[in-house]
Design a protein around this ligand. Structure first.
Ligand SMILES: Cc1cc2nc3c(=O)[nH]c(=O)nc-3n(C[C@H](O)[C@H](O)[C@H](O)COP(=O)(O)OP(=O)(O)OC[C@H]3O[C@@H](n4cnc5c(N)ncnc54)[C@H](O)[C@@H]3O)c2cc1C
Length: 459
């Protein structure tokens, strides 16, 4: 894209030249996220403050450029890939915790703070920030809010949206606005929920006020192996129906366990078809009771093996299988489409069975695992990217999965967002009226479509 030299110079002077990247090798590093989508921005701004973002938005408005906000680039739906080129605003340098009030249990942070740093700072004061996407050591809180990130602990503690008290953001007209508790007017409609999960299409988030809660005193971990998927799935439903709410309830199907066995040589009982990893947290008494109740329930459901511990080091051993999933799958095939679908918990076994039928139909491997406690499962369609026919079959398999999920009353995205990768499937799930309403909201916030164009809405 052509930049007029004079306005560009003035912009660089206003911002500080060192915050503006124009060299191709620099811009390339902001051209991708975790998906296979790539698009190189024409210019990258390394914002250090809300003022830098305001200056950039005014420059973009005057010169007619698009803007794509970017956190840490760990997104799994293409959200931070600048489809229409233009400017990428990276918030990686806006990484300060601005205020921490342990008494009133809130923290105000800039969007570039890494999720794990928020958790660690809260923990230092005996407090807890529960949302824990598996990427928590590298993802930014701005990206978490923009995607409404979930994670392992959603089943008990909810997703990012349950911990955002207020936001500050830059509008597409280049103004700074506040919402929720950062705005302080309590009786007006709160815009916070609209911005959460908006994937950088409505505004650029510059400050986030987060709710913290009291940290659980202790936790216990269980690894339970089942001879069938149905028994594992039904056990999850029974555990929840009994009023036990695990902090974590992860399920792995046989296809994933086979991949781990191939990779790590792990020995599992013969006839293993599914594995549950459960964590109970609370007071020592609650944990003890919860573990024994889950154990009894699972024994009645013909569990082949149950391991349980309240020792943190031993628990780490039980987590080994879960942590081995990514490297194990990487060995199966170079191509992987990881879909984070969600179904009502009771439908989970049906969905996993359907996924294996689809795998057989398209002659592909589809290992599945995920957050069984809230019905959010990662369906991984593995393929050889060099083989265009196999890639085509993989895409058809994904569409089949989405159709099944919607028929089961579920959602095509549980946590990774729509971005580029799911925009063409939105119509499977939303009525024309619902799509139109979303578009009207986008038009109200961003009438000229300068923020993250080409995302969420099929064009
Ligand atoms: C190994 C791995 C495991 C993962 N596990 C999980 C998981 O368990 N749960 C989960 O939900 N996700 C998971 N993810 C996906 C990803 O980490 C999350 O979506 C995360 O929230 C993205 O944060 P980010 O800072 O990398 O954002 P980016 O990828 O940089 O951006 C994501 C979106 O947010 C927008 N955005 C970023 N910052 C702002 C801002 N300041 N204002 C407005 N919009 C903004 C971008 O435009 C883009 O649309 C995982 C990813 C990886 C690589």
């Amino acid at each position: 894209m052509f930049f007029r030299p004079k306005p560009l110079k003035a912009f660089q002077r206003a911002l500080g030249k060192y915050k503006v990247l124009l060299a191709e090798e620099d811009r390339l590093t902001y051209s991708f996220d975790v998906t296979s989508h790539r698009a190189t921005p024409d210019l990258v701004v390394l914002a250090e403050s809300a003022e830098d973002i305001l200056t950039t938005v005014h420059f973009a408005l005057d010169e007619g450029y698009f803007i794509t906000p970017r956190g840490a680039g760990t997104g799994m739906s293409g959200g931070s890939v600048p489809l229409k080129n233009g400017i990428v605003i990276s918030t990686e340098r806006m990484n300060r915790i601005l205020e921490f009030n342990p008494d009133d249990r809130f923290m105000i942070v800039e969007p570039g703070v890494i999720t794990a740093d928020i958790q660690a700072e809260a923990a230092r004061h005996g407090l807890f920030y529960p949302p824990d996407p598996s990427s928590y050591k590298v993802s930014s809180i701005g990206g978490n809010v923009a995607e409404n990130a979930g994670g392992l602990r959603c089943v008990k503690y909810g997703t990012t949206k349950h911990y955002v008290l207020g936001l500050e953001f830059v509008t597409s007209r280049g103004e700074l606005c506040c919402t929720g508790s950062l705005q302080k007017t309590v009786d007006t409609p709160d815009l916070t929920p609209l911005l959460i999960g908006s994937e950088g299409t409505l505004g650029i988030i510059t400050r986030i006020m987060l709710k913290l809660i009291e940290a659980p005193q202790t936790s216990g971990t269980m690894r339970i192996i089942f001879p069938t998927l149905e028994l594992a799935g039904n056990s999850v439903s029974e555990i929840m129906a009994a009023g036990i709410v695990p902090a974590i309830c992860e399920l792995m199907d046989k296809s994933v366990l086979d991949a781990i066995t191939e990779y790590a040589g792990t020995q599992l009982p013969e006839k293993t078809e599914a594995l549950l990893l459960i964590e109970i947290d609370g007071t020592p008494e609650e944990v003890k009771l919860g573990l024994s109740q889950v154990e009894e329930l699972c024994r009645n459901r013909q569990a082949l093996e149950i391991q349980s511990t309240r020792d943190a080091k031993e628990a780490e051993g039980l987590w080994k299988l879960r942590r081995a999933i990514s490297p194990s799958l990487a060995r199966i095939a170079a191509g992987k489409i990881n879909e984070d679908v969600c179904v009502p918990r009771s439908k989970l076994p049906d969905l996993l069975v359907e996924a294996q039928k689809i795998a057989a139909k398209y002659k592909l491997r589809i290992p599945c695992f995920g957050h069984a406690g809230d019905g959010n499962i990662h369906i991984n369609v593995m393929f050889n990217p060099e083989d265009s026919l196999e890639k085509q079959r993989a895409l058809q398999a994904v569409e089949d999965v989405f159709r099944k999920v919607v028929r089961m009353g579920g959602s095509i995205s549980g946590e990774h967002g729509i971005g580029i990768v799911k925009q063409n499937y939105m119509k499977l799930q939303m009525s024309p009226g619902e799509m139109q309403t979303l578009k009207l909201i986008k038009e109200a916030f961003d009438p000229d479509n300068i923020f993250n164009p080409g995302k969420i809405f099929p064009e």
